[in-house]
Design a protein around this ligand. Structure first.
Ligand SMILES: Nc1ncnc2c1ncn2[C@@H]1O[C@H](COP(=O)(O)OP(=O)(O)O)[C@@H](O)[C@H]1O
Ligand SMILES: [Mg+2]
Length: 500
């Protein structure tokens, strides 16, 4: 039993799955909607028309027969047929009526005895049925038996009786003397109905076929622009062409095309910048190696080189090795920054202590260049940050401020906070950044003065790393600079880390 249940479940699941896939196609949905919208009026109209016709035909037939019977009833009274059924005229009239309506006529007197039956089987029998008894009381009735195809009617046979001697003042009353029980066949109605219904069915089939064809064509036509755009997208993806795609068949596909072109544009920018980065990296990594090779080659090619020259060249080679090492270290830091924010190692950090530590580490370099390092803390600050990355941010800024400074210059670091952010301002009295370079300083490997940066051991990656780390903390960095006068970097970081 369990096994069977399992099998059944799987079949059901599979079926549902197929159903869902089937209905997920927009084409199918449009087709089905059009089909249903077309079929409902078509089918309901046929049904309503046929019903209406049948009702009317039965009504007409009923009034028709009733009129005839009322005339007959008068004749029955006139010829005293209820007392004596021998009248040839009346019998002929009754038979004519029953054959005209392809039915049966029974004449019943007030004692509920059947005096005449056109079928001849029930004569002289007594009939006790609800309708007949009701009819004796003066109520006529008609009933349509659809399944057996006839209308059954009861009509009272009434006689007008006058009371009083004077015919002018006499009171007249209707007296029920008997009942006519008649069943009239509705075969002719049914035959007409059948013909009508068959014709309607043929028309309906044609209409359904037409709706079907229209639905398929309409669904196809409506979907066509989407198929076109899918094709265009596939082509764009396969060929990775730069030509923008455009399907102007309808507004929706135009929008999809535009959105895709924007994505493509962004992808291209990303691709370009990646390529530029790779070529920059290769170039930067190659430069120290080329220098080393030149130094080593010149040592090898000379004979009897004095030991001092050897020493000097080896020192230069060591410097190049250190440089290579610095570039690789910076590149690794940058790659780490490119990862998701999930890699952040957030902890509560005393920012005052952090800044002091960085200043102490950079003081020897500042002293060597005769640059004064000043630190001003406006209040104690603790914030939820990644300590390693925040150290990178601040030391890069302070190091730049020291390195791109003048003789006897100064660097001032100020720490402040409000209830949401802490702010570190690194101001210097250095060489400043030219206006046209300001927008580029955060780019990887960008340096205003390549030879100067190289001289002081820069890689052009410092500010790129700084900016990435700040963005990971959902902070901001701003720079103001006047060439020849100095530069001020302002960093703002939220006190508590906001995860996405
Ligand atoms: N405080 C500053 N004063 C003047 N120029 C600066 C300062 N900070 C950065 N720059 C300029 O921005 C460039 C990029 O800085 P950075 O990314 O740290 O690279 P680098 O390795 O050259 O220091 C530097 O080469 C320098 O030209
Ligand atoms: Mg730097």
């Amino acid at each position: 039993m369990f096994v069977l249940n399992g099998v059944w479940d799987t079949i059901l699941l599979k079926r549902n799955h197929h159903k869902i896939i089937f209905l997920r196609s927009l084409k199918t949905r449009i087709f089905l909607i059009l089909l249903i919208v077309g079929l409902i009026p078509c089918i309901s109209m046929r049904y309503a028309i046929l019903q209406n016709y049948e009702q009317r035909a039965v009504d007409v037939r009923t009034t028709d027969v009733t009129t005839q019977l009322r005339i007959l009833a008068n004749h029955l009274i006139t010829y005293h047929y209820l007392q004596d059924t021998s009248s040839e005229v009346i019998n002929a009239e009754i038979n004519q009526l029953s054959s005209l309506y392809d039915g049966r006529v029974m004449i019943i007197n007030s004692d509920l005895r059947i005096v005449k039956d056109t079928y001849g089987i029930s004569e002289n029998k007594t009939i006790i049925s609800e309708e007949v008894i009701r009819c004796i009381k003066g109520e006529s009735d008609s009933k349509y038996d659809k399944d057996n195809g006839y209308i059954e009617m009861t009509i009272p046979i009434t006689e007008t009786v006058s009371f009083g001697d004077n015919p002018d003042t006499a009171e007249r009353k209707e007296r029920v003397r008997g009942v006519m029980l008649v069943s009239a066949s509705t075969d002719s109605i049914r035959i007409t109905m059948d013909i009508l219904s068959r014709k309607a069915l043929i028309v309906e089939m044609i209409v359904i076929l037409a709706i079907l064809i229209v639905s398929v064509l309409a669904a196809k036509a409506l979907i066509k622009p989407f198929e076109k755009i899918t094709e265009a997208l596939n082509q764009a993806q396969e060929g990775y062409t730069d030509t923008p795609i455009s399907v102007t068949d309808c507004l929706e596909t135009e929008h999809i095309g535009d959105a895709f072109n924007r994505v493509l544009g962004r992808m291209k920018v990303l691709d370009d910048s990646r390529q530029e980065f790779v070529s920059n990296v290769s170039h930067e990594l190659k430069t120290p190696i080329t220098s080393m090779k030149v130094l080593a080659d010149s040592l090898i090619s000379q004979k009897d080189v004095p030991i001092e020259v050897y020493q000097e060249f080896m020192e230069d080679i060591t410097k190049e090795v250190e440089r290579e090492d610095k570039i690789i270290t910076d590149l690794l830091s940058l790659v780490k920054m490119d990862r998701t924010a999930a890699d952040l190692n957030i902890a509560e950090v005393d920012i005052n202590i952090l800044v002091e530590l960085i200043m102490r580490r950079l003081r020897p370099i500042a002293q060597k260049r005769d640059v004064e390092l000043v630190y001003e803390s406006l209040r104690p600050v603790t914030a939820a940050v990644d300590e390693v990355k925040m150290t990178l941010v601040l030391s890069n800024l302070v190091e730049n401020a020291v390195k791109y400074n003048k003789e006897h210059g100064w660097v001032k670091v100020t720490l402040d906070a409000d209830h949401q952010f802490f702010t570190v301002v690194v101001a210097d009295s250095g060489i400043g950044i030219p206006k046209e370079s300001i927008d580029h300083i955060y780019e990887r490997f960008y340096r205003v003065d390549k030879s100067r940066s190289r001289e002081i051991g820069g890689t052009g990656l410092g500010l790129a790393i700084t900016r990435s780390a700040i963005l990971m903390h959902r902070g901001s960095i701003r720079v103001e600079s006047v060439e020849g006068e100095g530069t001020t970097f302002t960093v703002r970081i939220p006190l508590s880390y906001i995860p996405v």
